[in-house]
Design a protein. Structure first.
Lengths: 109, 112
């Protein structure tokens, strides 16, 4: 099976920066995804990394190191609406996306 | 209109009842997936289909069955529902590259 680890919860203040780490051990690697999921809603796509390095998209950035089996999602200038669960997911050789349990981020005023 | 739709959105049923959850997509994707989500456990793959004639079991297929009626439709059935099948169920689709999945809005199922 696949093994994907991320912290359960994080809390940060509005306007601050939060970094969510994800480590993985999978059978092959075809890319890593980050999804955002608000409570009771569907996951929505945030980012995709397949090569090492940083991908920036507005306030959100995602970093990948394949040799270390490591990724992070960086959320800048936090807003209250960023309070959600963030899911790390890896696409292994069988192309069945494997998800971590998710990190619940709470943004406080 | 939503690209991936699920019906019903909410369902309460009793132990032993047969339940069908339906998923339709207008994205033209070949691949479709059914997941369940329980608090603290993330998304677990129940079944997946890479095309109309292809059905595969995922991590937790026991107690479930599926039918791929057409490229755009993928149904999940609980033959005899039990309380530990109470969960949030998501349908998802992807194109033939398998890169990235698009999720439906989810069905909240409660089995009493």
């Amino acid at each position: 099976g696949q093994n994907i680890d991320q912290p359960t919860e994080m809390t940060a203040t509005e306007g601050a920066i939060v970094q969510i780490n994800c480590t993985y051990q999978t059978s092959g690697f075809n890319g890593l995804f980050w999804y955002q999921q608000h409570a009771g809603e569907a996951p929505t796509f945030l980012s995709y990394n397949v090569l090492d390095g940083l991908e920036e998209k507005g306030r959100f950035s995602s970093f990948l190191s394949r040799s270390k089996g490591y990724s992070y999602l960086l959320l800048k200038e936090l807003q209250m609406k960023d309070s959600a669960s963030y899911l790390c997911a890896v696409l292994p050789n069988d192309y069945k996306l494997s998800f971590g349990a998710g990190t619940t981020v709470t943004v406080r005023a | 209109d939503a690209d991936v739709t699920q019906t019903p959105r909410n369902r309460i049923t009793k132990t032993g009842k047969r339940i069908m959850l339906e998923c339709s997509q207008t994205k033209g994707h070949d691949r479709m997936y059914w997941y369940r989500q329980d608090p603290g456990l993330g998304l677990q793959l129940i079944y997946y289909s890479f095309d109309v004639k292809d059905i595969n079991k995922g991590e937790i297929s026991d107690g479930y069955s599926v039918s791929r009626q057409a490229q755009a439709k993928f149904s999940l059935s609980l033959e005899s529902a039990i309380p530990n099948q109470t969960a949030l169920y998501f349908c998802a689709t992807s194109d033939s590259s398998g890169v990235g999945q698009f999720f439906g809005p989810g069905t909240r199922l409660t089995v009493l």
